[in-house]
Design a protein around this ligand. Structure first.
Ligand code: MN
Length: 262
């Protein structure tokens, strides 16, 4: 049997949510080691102000390095939060950074993969912001600032964005159906995998004569979300770790065992 190809996105790893990092580390150890490849389609990190902000001995970076050294190919795409992940990060983890969008082969099928924010055209202000921060010249200037200044600016931008998106209609922050069809037509594919919207689902699509599907990966705030592609079945799953309940010998009541991250 072929090894599964795994797709995840939107972990938004951040020191303020250690349980998510813990879940990701378990996922790498328990699932990804046996995979044919692991694709992380953006927003692995809540924020990324430059590769020089990490030392390389962070547990999640070491775990990704171990995974790729053990022979599981690791592919990472930028999201709208961690679009500054660079070559030094790729070197540290053994990951290959993929352009957004990319076409890859999954068990013989051509599949379009993207973070997904470029398909969300309902918010012109965001479209303009995206074009600005993806400009190599803007990135070069930002990365040349001292680290503490980059951290300060990133916090400020995040606070502004949260204040603004809170006022937007949820429809505006979903993908534009016309953009989805256009992108799939342009790349000649029947299958699309993306994240970003945090609305996990499998949407069946009719593309001319052919049937296709759009797989939307969920975020990792409450539990993991993974698309597991076997040769014949592609399944969007929640990924969690079992919670063990142990009987207390004193009271006879059931109480939680060692805390399990969700
Ligand atoms: Mn995103």
């Amino acid at each position: 049997m072929s090894d599964p190809i795994l797709f995840i996105a939107d972990l938004h790893l951040d020191p303020s949510r250690p349980a998510v990092t813990e879940t990701f580390l378990r996922f790498l150890e328990e699932e990804a080691t046996d995979a044919g490849a692991l694709y992380i389609l953006g927003d692995l990190f809540e924020a990324w102000v430059g590769d020089d902000a990490v030392s390389g001995d962070e547990p999640e970076i070491e775990a990704m390095a171990e995974l790729s050294q053990a022979g599981t190919p690791l592919f990472i795409m930028h999201g709208n939060r961690d679009f500054l992940l660079g070559e030094a990060f790729a070197e540290m983890t053994g990951a290959t950074l993929l352009p957004d969008p990319s076409v890859t082969r999954v068990h013989g099928e051509r599949v379009l993969i993207t973070h997904g924010d470029s398909l969300c055209l309902g918010d012109p202000e965001y479209v303009a912001f995206r074009a600005m921060v993806r400009d190599p010249e803007w990135q070069r200037r930002f990365l040349s600032l001292p680290l503490d200044e980059r951290i300060r600016q990133a916090r400020h931008a995040r606070a502004q964005s949260m204040a603004r998106t809170g006022t937007l209609d949820p429809e505006i922050m979903d993908v534009a159906p016309a953009a989805v069809h256009q992108a799939m037509r342009d790349h000649g594919v029947q299958w699309l995998i993306h994240g970003h919207t945090h609305r996990p689902a499998v949407h069946r699509l009719q593309l001319g004569e052919k049937e296709g599907a759009r797989f939307v990966l969920g975020d990792w705030f409450e539990q993991g979300s993974v698309l597991r592609c076997l040769p014949d079945t592609w399944t969007l799953e929640r990924w969690d770790h079992p919670v063990t309940l142990a009987r207390s010998p004193q009271s006879g009541s059931v109480e939680p065992g060692p805390t399990q991250p969700r």
